[in-house]
Write a protein that binds this ligand. Sequence first.
Ligand code: SF4
Ligand code: SF4
Length: 290
Amino acid sequence: MIKLLWLSGITCNANTHSFLNYPFIEQFLNDFEFIYHPVLDSSYTLQEIVSNEIECDVLLIEGSISPEFQRADVSIEDIIRKYAPKVQKIVTVGTCATFGGIFSQSDYKDVTGLHFDKEQKNQKFENLFDKTISISGCPIHPEILVNTLYAIKGDIALRLDNFLRPKEFYAYTVHNGCVRNEYFEYKVDAHQFGELEGCMFYDHGCQAPFTHASCNKILWNEVNSKTRVGLPCFGCTEPTFPKANLFTTKKNMGVPENLPLGVGKRVYLTLAGITKAFKIPRLEKKLLDD
Ligand code: SF4
Ligand code: SF4
């Protein structure tokens, strides 16, 4: 049985909540043992974890890290240093544990993720870099965390990107698989949140074309995603999260400031010129009202 230690840094526990929504959680708990989890029944208390050296295979870290943050009166960094050499893998669970996330703006000193301070690599735990896998997201997608843990259990090597995220889940963007792609191509934006029609890139700040995640391929609760229900992606898996001024598209002379990944401005303008020349009644708003 693979033994897991789930440590909480500075966190709102949203990743724990999301993880508990995994549809087959009972099966998961039959296959893995939590030596400690802050919410689930565990084999040991946190006090026992920090005072002893309990056998463990995977260290999961939820929440940002700061040298002045403690659990059970012990610095979170010291708990990590104690368990990291013993474990086979470390998994950063969520954008805070990976990049610092929203708590970078808190009053704690030197708040970062385990290996990254936003996009910058941080040297503090560099010796652990080779055994870490990052599962970013605010919160994490439960299936991506669980599938990663099963890959570790099955000794399946995962290919990782520059931020140590498994490429199986983060190699493409959230835009990939969105049911609104046709509206994107013909530049038809939705005019109100929650509408069934339209793309939200042109006016409503959808960041999916430059956000790495698989929200539109592995659906949330096996049912849906933000962009499918008419809410723009706000880029929660990226080091730049959280950004200000969400839900509006910043433009210069009518051209979105951030273009889809890999699309240059000249290409964008050429394609925009062509598609704007067409008006496709089927894709225009109010079609559903007719
Ligand atoms: S709503 Fe967002 S994810 Fe969907 S097609 Fe438009 S830009 Fe892509
Ligand atoms: S759609 Fe975007 S904001 Fe929503 S969970 Fe996926 S990556 Fe995060």
